[in-house]
Unconditional design. Structure first.
Length: 608
């Protein structure tokens, strides 16, 4: 994934572009660059490395006076991180400059064609092919050329295109990759995500598939592939600009961990009615819920882990069988979807490429799709039959925390709503769950007071080489999410295992000093977890246990003990993960890692 910004207007373009890239650096940070129109030509400045390296290079070249430009922060897909492979990429005659997020699938074929026409290439990227092809097709009309370009290229892309012959306009197009058009007074913008716009405007257009936007300083025109102009609704950003800033924290991740209670309040409380749950204007009828044969939850990464928790909870209370699929596998296994099934799609960004492809597969098979998404108006939200938003606000850190927590809360709401309609629990049990759900935000706030304790424990284990995390039931789902958090930001090898599987091979990896984290918050499975802990202790493991207060048996065998307040089993998936979010964070800090920008990762995967 990469970040794109663009500007045309009355202000100086370079500061706007750099500011926008700073807000998008979470989308890619192995190289960065800008192109501006200055002194009658396009000037491109780019470099390998972080955005700070680009800023230093720009400062070294002196003041740049321009009112139009495009910028890019990259995470490499085609070609290693290098100056040559950095964006923007320019055409052979230097008249065209392009920034690109996504993958051009037929770029090798197009590159061979252009080489036959005498074009030479400097980089290994697919993006340079776009710049050269635009030059090849260019007939003086940027709109016509863009239409011809889109008819030729295949893949997923968002593009910002600058032409030296038209210094008063900027082209933007998208297909399967996000791109917004920010609307200002005498100035307009393009951006991959809302945070890049917040400093300048709260009004924006959402580009649909294969739409072409022509930006001028005083106007934005949007066209379809047939050349007809399209009139679109204006969206308004409701986030406060402070929500996209660190607010005094060292890293966005810690800020977002601590924002979880408020995010849960915003997501849960407006949907709780006096005697039930109000899911708003979803089109899913009571009859469809009563007759639902199977639910297919499809997601990637942490959202997939949330889906596994959802499976446990939905099956427990509403008695509907649930399958949970990794989105990148879903459509390639020829899934069996039947009339009356429901597909639940989960994605923080609403732009995850594999998840979007899975959504389209489900719809192609005639199954109704309900999505759980954080970003209003995102591709997944727009293409779903129904959407339930997680009101988490912007999440900037690559490792999700509040996004995951709010996804869980929406799955709880769905489970209880379905259970009420299907009459799979009595009124007293339903009321008890509803009352407990209301306390989820404040219980979360209480558990986050473990902050200092987790920091101390992290210091002891920061040099661990391998960590194994075990649990059963909902605790196993938490183990998987905990393991992902630890390895993605601290680079420690970590594995999650269902505790009952230890003797089926895993225990052979445990040796003197190996850290084993045992999550044991399921009361009916507690004694079995204690037995598993004794097994790893007998082989020299150090054990960090997370259990409910009053669990003396675990305190006797664990080296480190974290106790959580007692709660009903149904929602423990929201509580048992919190100490591990803090643990992973502090381990990464102790190891000197860049917590918000882990190596080789980006926030949202917008290519398959």
């Amino acid at each position: 994934m990469c970040g794109i910004v663009g500007y045309i207007g009355k202000a100086q373009a370079v500061p706007v572009l750099v500011s926008g890239l700073e807000k998008l650096e979470y989308r890619g940070y192995d190289s960065a660059g800008i192109s501006i129109f200055e002194n009658g030509k396009i000037e491109t400045i780019k470099t390998k490395g972080r955005l700070a390296d680009l800023e230093e290079k720009i400062a070294g070249e002196g003041e740049k006076l321009s009112h139009i430009g495009i910028g890019h922060t990259r995470w490499a897909t085609h070609g290693v991180p290098s100056h040559i492979n950095s964006h923007p990429h320019n055409s052979q005659n230097g008249k065209i400059s392009v920034v690109h997020n996504g993958i051009i699938e037929n770029y090798l074929e197009l590159k061979a064609f252009l080489k036959e026409k005498g074009y030479t290439f400097q980089s290994e990227t697919d993006t340079e092919v776009v710049a050269q092809l635009f030059e090849y097709y260019y007939n003086g009309d940027m709109l016509q050329t863009a239409r011809r370009l889109l008819e030729t290229i295949r893949g997923a892309y968002a593009l910002g295109i600058l032409c030296s012959e038209h210094p008063d306009r900027l082209i933007a197009v998208r297909k399967d990759c996000p791109l917004l058009i920010g609307l200002g007074d005498g100035e307009n913008y393009i951006a991959s995500d809302i945070p890049a716009l917040l400093e300048y405007t709260r009004e924006y257009y959402l580009l649909e598939e294969s739409e072409i936007a022509m930006l001028e300083k005083d106007a934005v025109h949007i066209y379809g592939m047939d050349g007809s102009e399209i009139h679109k609704d204006i969206f308004h950003v409701t986030w406060d600009i402070d929500a996209a800033e660190k607010g005094g924290y060292d890293y966005f991740m810690m800020k977002e961990i601590m924002e979880q209670p408020e995010a849960l309040k915003k997501t849960i409380l407006p949907r709780l009615a006096e005697n039930g749950i109000d899911l708003g204007d979803i089109s899913l009828t009571e009859e469809e819920i009563k007759n639902c044969g199977r639910i297919h939850i499809v997601a990637c990464g942490s959202a997939w882990h949330a889906g596994i928790v959802g499976k446990y909870v939905i099956e427990e209370v509403s008695r509907i069988p649930v399958e949970v699929d990794i989105a990148s596998e879903f459509r390639y296994r020829n899934p069996i979807l039947q009339k009356g099934d429901l597909c639940i799609i989960i994605s923080q960004s609403g732009e995850t490429a594999d998840t979007l492809a899975a959504l389209r597969e489900a719809k192609k098979q005639g199954v109704k799709v309900l999505s759980i998404v954080n970003v209003v108006g995102s591709s997944i939200a727009r293409e779903s039959d129904d959407v339930l938003y997680t009101w988490a606000g912007p999440e900037i850190a690559v490792a999700t925390t509040k996004g995951y927590s709010t996804q869980l809360s929406v799955l709880y709401l769905i489970a209880l709503h379905f259970a009420k309609i299907r009459e799979t629990m009595d009124e007293s049990r339903f009321a008890a769950y509803l009352a407990e759900l209301k306390t989820l935000p404040e219980r979360t706030a209480e558990i986050l007071k473990l902050d200092a304790k987790m920091a101390d424990i992290a210091k002891k284990y920061a040099n661990s080489k391998d960590v194994f995390i075990i649990g059963r039931g909902l605790d196993y789902a938490a183990a998987m999410e905990s393991s992902l958090k630890l390895k993605e930001i601290s680079y420690i090898h970590s594995e999650a295992y269902a505790a009952g599987e230890l003797k089926h091979g895993t225990i052979s990896l445990v040796e003197d000093g190996t850290l084993v984290v045992a999550i044991a918050t399921q009361e009916r499975l507690f004694e079995k977890l204690v037995s598993n802990v004794k097994e790893v202790k007998a082989r020299g493991a150090k054990v960090l246990a997370i259990a409910l207060e009053g669990c003396g048996a675990m305190e006797e065998v664990a080296d480190e003990m974290i106790t959580l307040p007692k709660a009903g089993d149904l929602f423990t998936g929201s509580y048992n993960i919190l100490p591990m979010q803090l643990f992973a964070y502090y381990i990464a800090v102790e190891r000197g890692c860049d917590v918000d920008k882990p190596r080789n990762l980006a926030k949202s995967v917008t290519v398959e």
